[in-house]
Design a protein around this ligand. Structure first.
Ligand SMILES: [Zn+2]
Length: 184
């Protein structure tokens, strides 16, 4: 597994629309592994292929103690709205408020080419919407209001808070999944 370099705002590739994955080849699997390693090395919650310079519709989200690998993800329904403060690996040092849906249903393929569905709400919805935007060449900063500088200290405090929240929610959603008999 290799750590890949994150493309930053100003890099033209981040403005381009990514292409649908037609076949899950060994190089796609390697990309998924590298994206996961890169995400974890940066202690982040989401990463999209264009951020590592690959214009393919792939992203990885790790939230609420679950790792989601999404190939050709699509939002098939959404409801409600929420506004939360976002940051991005490709836009270092800045954060801003973005309005997103509250609940979404996303379909995607996993690395075995099987379609699965995520019913997301709250924080997971925000992360998924943010990553899916990357696949259409959109950065959060283009949609954000109240853009502010964010220091590393603030970013670390936020990560800690997120870990605590993830643990709580992860426990809840695992219990829910078990109940529904669809624990991944
Ligand atoms: Zn981002």
């Amino acid at each position: 597994m290799g750590i890949r370099i994150i493309r930053k705002e100003g890099d033209e590739i981040l403005k381009k629309k990514s292409k649908t994955v037609k076949e899950i080849t060994p190089s796609i699997l390697e990309l998924l592994d590298d994206m996961q390693a890169t995400l974890r090395s940066l202690d982040a919650v989401g990463i999209a292929a264009p951020q590592v310079g690959v214009l393919k519709r792939i992203c990885i989200v790790e939230a609420e103690d679950e790792l989601y690998e999404l190939i050709n993800p699509q939002i098939i329904s959404h409801s409600g709205t929420q506004t939360s403060n976002e940051a991005c690996l490709s836009v270092p040092g800045r954060s801003g408020n973005v309005e997103r849906p509250l609940e979404i249903t996303v379909t995607a393929l996993n690395r075995d080419g099987e379609e699965y569905t995520i019913e997301a709400d709250d924080f997971l919805t925000t992360v998924l919407c943010h990553e899916l935007d990357h696949l259409d060449g959109v950065l959060f900063i283009e949609k954000a209001t109240n853009i502010q500088e964010i220091t590393n200290e603030e970013l670390n405090a936020r990560k800690q808070e997120r870990r605590n929240r993830s643990r709580e929610r992860g426990n809840r959603s695992r219990a829910y999944s078990r109940e529904r008999g669809r624990l991944r």
